[in-house]
Design a protein around this ligand. Sequence first.
Ligand code: PGA
Length: 263
Amino acid sequence: MRKPIIAGNWKMNKTIGEAKDFVEAFRVEVASVKDVEILLCPPYLAVHEVAQRCQGTNIAVAGQDVFWKESGAYTSQVSAKMLLDAGAEFTLIGHSETRGRFGKEDMTEGQFAFFAESDETVNCKIKVALAAGLKPIMCCGETYNERQAGNTDSVIKGQVKNGLADLTAEQVGGMVVAYEPVWAIGTGEVCSTPEAQRVCAMIRAKIAKLFGDVAAESVRIQYGGSVKPDNAKELLSQPDIDGALVGGASLKVPDFVGIIKAI
Ligand code: PGA
């Protein structure tokens, strides 16, 4: 049985003080929740504060990204060791916003590729995270244009194959993959439940093909993209959806608690 995993991705929201207030209220609300893994992904600057306040609770902490070098002259970057030291147990890798894929369009003129993420950098980051003992959550998802062009399945399969390249079946089996259609992120336009289930099942089948049935049965696959308290129950009851990666609705305690309790 795969344990459901619900992660709240705060993106570039909340100061340390705001994060502290959130956790103080949140940890009481979810204290009785069992059999669900709960994660908070604060901005880097609040990771330590949130991790300190989640010690001894049923809430774990994740970074929003990690760099693929251990240390050195990489201005602005954060290493796996630093995240672990600050108290994180997981990290997001390859979120569409770090891949430079926004809203309904791929990056267009006037937007900037501020992280220049690719499947190759995603793969490097996953390897470094695993080697350091940090659990990766690899995000994948198609843009609106890719879906319109009928390329959803090939885009996702490519991201899964290239992002997980060279890993062992055991490593993949212990991972989390988040399916986040880019057009559904922060837009209020949720992917239909049958379609979210179909793509998550396809990801599992692709993992079975690449790494075997044991890895495919144990890897946890989340859906992300406009998950709210009122649509969470239906999405999370699907056989191949093992949890949710929640952005906007994880910023307010009642909304995020509502999603967790929907399971
Ligand atoms: P959203 O974001 O829930 O605000 O759509 C999800 C995500 O980007 O992880």
